[in-house]
Design a protein around this ligand. Structure first.
Ligand SMILES: Cc1cc2nc3c(=O)[nH]c(=O)nc-3n(C[C@H](O)[C@H](O)[C@H](O)COP(=O)(O)OP(=O)(O)OC[C@H]3O[C@@H](n4cnc5c(N)ncnc54)[C@H](O)[C@@H]3O)c2cc1C
Length: 384
């Protein structure tokens, strides 16, 4: 198997690297400190085609594929994990889900604008009392003539208070468990939709997170995505895609940690020599290097499988990539912190941010435990 990237993939990679280094990096420390989200960066990423890789040209995409998308995600992640969030909130989440499950009207209304970064998107599954146990969600969508009326709330939702539209999962038949969930595309300016920011979170400060409250939020019946009761199926399908870019984001952080650790290990001298000469530091560097490469293979393999056959459900491989990349990112950040000694504990270097940001990957899009449940269930033959 040839592991070298095509010229096209190299061009996408370089484009993303260039953008991250020139447009994100210069103000990153300041923005991270201020918890600042820059909408204009999402628009610029959209203009450059960052969100079009999974989308056909007729809806504004470039059809470059999953591998191109995860490579771009990884490159941006090497600079800032927070700024990779739009890959999921624009492309892998709402746009790609509407492409597969939406009506023609929904596709035309939302996909090009999401791809261009003109509409800010998101997806709302989690609630205050229900995270991993998606089927137990309590938000309801009650049919009322030509409308559905949404009531309930969603918690820990990326882009909650800055989004223009949101994929919302809610119960249309609360007694039916997972089969009672439906999916909707909801405009955030609909009366009855309100949101507040969660200001105090550990990391990914430039990526907004918040709570959405639905109070008699009346949405047209045309907002239904797929059929009534298909929401759980759509949600799991969506997670197969958004988890993969999440894995790529984590991979970017792991790579950034290794690079920072190598640089510091060569610069910092103690006992008359660079600390990189000490065997224990070499042990840490060796593990980080191997684990980063291994995570990359898992991420690229899952993306490659999807490009080979877009209808393939490679849930196990995606969960392997997501689980491993998230764990590796946290471990790499932890090791980098150790290598930096006191300076790792300061904000003078980015490694403290890497650790704060990396921790999110063990939680979002299904925790590491949930990924292990999926992997083990598949390996043991318990999952259909
Ligand atoms: C920064 C951030 C952004 C997010 N963005 C979004 C978003 O855009 N949209 C969205 O819908 N959600 C979002 N989330 C929510 C995230 O997906 C959930 O937090 C996650 O799914 C876990 O849910 P929970 O926090 O309720 O944990 P719980 O489900 O309560 O889990 C608590 C602990 O129990 C473990 N656990 C649970 N069930 C089992 C089990 N069966 N076996 C073993 N262990 C188990 C978990 O692994 C975890 O360690 C975001 C979260 C964060 C932190």
């Amino acid at each position: 198997m040839d592991f070298s990237l095509s010229e096209e993939l190299i061009a996408f990679r370089d484009l993303a690297r260039d953008f991250a280094e020139k447009e994100i990096a210069p103000k990153l420390a300041e923005d991270d400190k201020a918890h600042r989200f820059r909408r204009e960066l999402v628009e610029k990423m959209g203009e450059l085609g960052f969100f079009g890789c999974l989308i056909p040209e007729e809806y504004g995409g470039n059809e470059a594929g999953f591998l191109a998308s995860v490579i771009m995600c990884e490159e941006v992640g090497k600079v800032s994990a927070a700024h990779t969030l739009p890959f999921n909130m624009q492309a892998h989440g709402p746009a790609y889900t509407l492409l597969r499950w939406g009506t023609e009207e929904q596709k035309r209304k939302y996909i090009p604008a999401l791809v261009e970064g003109k509409l800010i998107g998101g997806f709302a599954i989690t609630e205050a009392d229900t995270g991993s146990d998606v089927a137990s969600m309590k938000t309801v969508a009650k049919k009322d003539g030509d409308y559905y009326i949404l009531n309930g709330s969603k918690m820990w939702i990326s882009n909650a208070h800055v989004a223009d539209c949101m994929l919302v999962y809610a119960k249309t038949d609360p007694a039916a468990g997972a089969r009672g969930i439906s999916c909707f595309i909801v405009d955030a300016n609909t009366p009855g939709y309100s949101a507040r920011a969660i200001e105090d979170k550990l990391g990914i400060h430039c990526a907004p997170t918040g709570e959405i409250i639905f109070e008699d939020c009346r949405i047209p019946k045309e907002a239904l995505v797929g059929q009534e009761g298909e929401g759980f199926k759509i949600c799991m399908w969506q997670l197969d895609n958004t988890r993969l870019s999440c894995a790529a984001r984590a991979l970017g952080v792991a790579a950034a940690c290794l690079k920072a650790a190598v640089q510091y290990a060569n610069e910092r001298t103690q006992f008359g020599q660079p600390i990189g000469r000490f065997q224990m530091i070499q042990d840490e560097i060796a593990q980080m290097a191997v684990e980063e490469e291994a995570a990359r293979f898992l991420v690229y393999r899952a993306a490659w499988q999807k490009d080979r056959d877009p209808n393939v459900r490679n849930t196990k491989e995606v969960s392997m990539a997501k689980y491993y990349a998230a764990e590796v990112a946290v471990k790499a950040a932890n090791e980098a912190m150790k290598i930096y000694g006191s300076y790792g504990y300061s904000e003078e270097y980015p490694v403290a941010r890497y650790l704060r940001d990396a921790k999110s990957f063990q939680v979002v899009e299904g925790t590491s435990n949930i990924q292990k449940m999926i992997i083990a269930g598949s390996v043991l033959g318990y999952r259909k």
